[in-house]
Design a protein around this ligand. Structure first.
Ligand SMILES: NC(=O)c1ccc[n+]([C@@H]2O[C@H](COP(=O)([O-])OP(=O)(O)OC[C@H]3O[C@@H](n4cnc5c(N)ncnc54)[C@H](OP(=O)(O)O)[C@@H]3O)[C@@H](O)[C@H]2O)c1
Length: 283
């Protein structure tokens, strides 16, 4: 256990599954946990559960919808007003949209929430994070990044052609890894670190909004990890002293592993960063 007393830890999608358990794990170590959630009643129920189960740290609920740049900007402004230090940013929230839909700002939903939303959030908070001693940015990616067999299609990042839910999800998770790769390079001399994780296959609420996803989760549940076990790598990379100073890695089962070659491609990662910066500035 690390001593996270008086350290602020922001967790997106902290009301459910892996994020909820990660919030409990970080609060138990004394962190001041900020639950960044889009649904106030789910967030409020999660706050009560985390307080009851952690019995340590503090828990604050704040509103964040990663499908809206206005919501992300307002959340970031409030965080910057309230917290002089940010020790942990855990970019955990994620979705897979069965059909092609778009965010408030007109971007394809799965890429928009999983990648662009977290890109904007992280870059808005980056100065505060990098001036906090030994801060950590952890992004929950997935081995599903392997579904992006030919990497990202920079000519169709919004998948306007041939939408297939799991392939688009895989690309969004590859984008999480590429984002972390480039972010780690950019913050290398600040003392802050950026890493990504694969939690394993976890019986959470993931995909539950879709009847097929719901059925798949039910059938696969006996083979899946509990959310508490699925959160272990996120908690480890966010807080364990053994990971101090480790930067730009992809973790699974609390150990650094190699993502596909697309996740290690310096120039593609820089290209994604530059395009993402333009996209979030355009809306
Ligand atoms: N489960 C797995 O097997 C697995 C495997 C590999 C990677 N992952 C990754 O693990 C992460 C956590 O997923 P999980 O399995 O814990 O699923 P989950 O139980 O469905 O939790 C996802 C969380 O993301 C939140 N979220 C979705 N859209 C959002 C938005 N627009 N703004 C803010 N929050 C939003 C959800 O909020 P609501 O409750 O309001 O919907 C929920 O709190 C995801 O990034 C996922 O890609 C999961």
């Amino acid at each position: 256990m690390a001593n996270l007393t008086a350290k602020t830890a922001i967790i997106t999608g902290a009301n459910s599954g892996i994020g909820l358990e990660a919030a409990i794990g970080l609060a138990r170590q004394g962190a001041d946990v900020v639950l960044a959630c889009r649904n106030p009643s789910k967030g409020s129920a999660a706050k009560t559960e985390i307080e009851q189960r952690a019995q340590a740290g503090t828990v604050t609920l704040m509103s964040l919808d990663l499908a809206s740049f206005a919501s992300i900007r307002s959340f970031a402004n409030e965080v910057l007003d309230r917290y002089p230090n940010i020790s942990i940013l855990l970019n955990n929230a994620g979705i897979v949209a069965r059909d092609r839909t778009v965010t408030v700002d007109g971007f394809e939903q799965t890429f928009g929430v999983n990648h662009l939303g977290h890109f904007l959030l992280t870059t808005l908070l980056l100065d505060r994070i990098t001036t906090t001693p030994k801060a950590r940015i952890v992004t929950v990616a997935s081995h599903a990044h392997k579904f992006a067999r030919t990497g990202l299609d920079f000519d169709d990042l919004q998948t306007e052609h041939g939408y297939k839910a799991m392939r688009v999800y895989g690309k969004s998770k590859l984008a999480n890894i590429m984002f972390t790769h480039e972010l780690a390079r950019r913050i290398a001399d600040t003392g802050a670190t950026a890493n990504s994780v694969h939690p394993g296959f976890v019986a959470s609420n993931f995909g539950r909004n879709d009847p097929l996803g719901n059925l798949t989760m039910m059938l696969a549940k006996p083979f899946a990890l509990s959310p508490a076990k699925g959160a272990l790598t996120s908690i480890y990379v966010s807080s364990d002293p053994a990971v101090e100073g480790v930067n730009g890695k992809y973790f699974y089962k609390c150990a650094a592993v190699e993502p596909t070659s697309y996740g290690r491609d310096d120039s593609a990662a820089r290209r994604l960063w530059d395009i993402s910066k333009q996209l979030v500035a355009s809306a």
